[in-house]
Design a protein around this ligand. Structure first.
Ligand code: COA
Length: 314
């Protein structure tokens, strides 16, 4: 066996590459011949686990829960290399990305949740760059500080310069900026739920959640969420959402309501609020009005959601 064994050298040379498509874990039906497309298999006493493209699993009628992206660590690691998968798993765990590791003869492979793949690639690139002693900016998510306000309002204006709802260019200051100013001054403002994402000292994203209600039951109303356009689609929005959800659970909140694209927010567990008996402030919102029930979601909360007062501007 040749192959690199020194951990720092392995990490420095590691080149993570994502395969196309989505992959799932499934249990292969006993006795059925394997079909082309199965990428990995593990025999256990309980049966044969296979990893295969989601489309093949669907075609074969196999059930699955986890839908992953496949990342190959393109470095020729010796199978006895110590610590590579541990270092990679640790870095991903710190970024709160779950990962399943498969070792092939030539390479190690990671299966991470599809939604986390871009961020996982960034984390891995950062890990590799760190081993080459190249400093790489890390994304920091923290509570806003008073000196962040100007940057927050500016990036929100940039992010909403074209309305995500209508696709039209905003005339003058986007309404989201006016709402945000109002929220900062409102009695429903919750300082620990106004979060900024900072990259290399620059505020590149912001999200705010303020107090809202169904009847007299308090929930969080999330929004606006905005990321500086040139930093979009690099995991900043996801990092802000995940930290909000983490803090909300830690604070004993019971749910988070928001208006937005189900395609984006469903990845964090949001569902149409009406499915939980919570109605949008405006009926026309339909399934765009979503709710994330948290650990302490009590059930039995039925009625129309009321946002913090500044949302009346919208
Ligand atoms: C929406 C927004 C906050 C997302 O933040 P982001 O940092 O760009 O998003 P992430 O990198 O965390 O996105 C992760 C995934 O969501 C997808 N995504 C991003 N924006 C999306 C959108 N508007 N609709 C659907 N999917 C979206 C990305 O493609 C990525 O998917 P992938 O993992 O399958 O590639 C950001 O794009 C933004 O500020 N947009 C303009 C303002 C806005 O629309 N705010 C939200 C109003 S509800």
């Amino acid at each position: 066996m040749t192959g690199e064994k020194d951990l720092e050298a392995l990490l420095a040379a590691m080149h993570p590459v994502q395969r196309g498509g989505e992959y799932v874990y499934a249990v292969w039906p006993e006795g059925r011949p394997l079909v082309p497309g199965v990428e990995a298999a593990v025999r256990e006493a309980e049966g044969l686990t296979v990893v295969l493209p989601r489309a093949v699993a669907d075609r074969e009628g196999l059930g699955y829960d986890f839908v992953g992206a496949w990342i190959t660590l393109e470095v020729h690691s010796a199978l006895e290399a110590v610590g590579l998968t541990a270092a990679v798993s640790k870095a991903l765990a710190e970024a709160r990305i779950s990962c399943n590791v498969l070792a092939g003869f030539h390479h190690d492979h990671l299966l991470v949740p599809v939604a986390d793949a871009p961020r996982a690639l960034e984390v891995l690139a950062g890990l590799s760059a760190g081993s080459r002693q190249v400093p790489r900016p890390e994304l920091l998510v923290r509570s806003e500080a008073p000196e962040d306000r100007a940057a927050i309002l500016a990036l929100t204006a940039d992010a909403f310069a074209v309305s995500p709802a209508t696709g039209l260019k905003a005339e003058g200051e986007p309404v989201e900026v006016r709402v945000l100013r109002g929220l900062f001054e409102s009695k429903e403002y919750l300082p620990e739920f106004s979060l900024v994402a900072v990259l290399d000292g620059e505020v590149v994203g912001h999200v705010i959640s303020t107090r809202g209600w169904v009847g007299d039951h308090g929930l969080l109303g999330l929004g606006p969420l905005a990321v500086t356009p040139r930093h979009q689609r690099h995991g900043v929005g996801s990092a802000l959402m995940k930290e909000t959800i983490h803090r909300a659970n830690a604070a004993g909140e019971s749910g988070i309501a928001l208006m937005g694209s189900p395609e984006y927010y469903s990845r964090f567990g949001f569902v149409p609020a009406t499915s939980l008996g919570v109605l949008p402030p405006d009926e026309a919102c339909g399934d765009y009005f979503q709710l994330l029930p948290l650990a302490l979601w009590p059930g039995g909360v039925h009625g129309t959601f009321r946002y913090a007062e500044p949302f009346a501007l919208t």
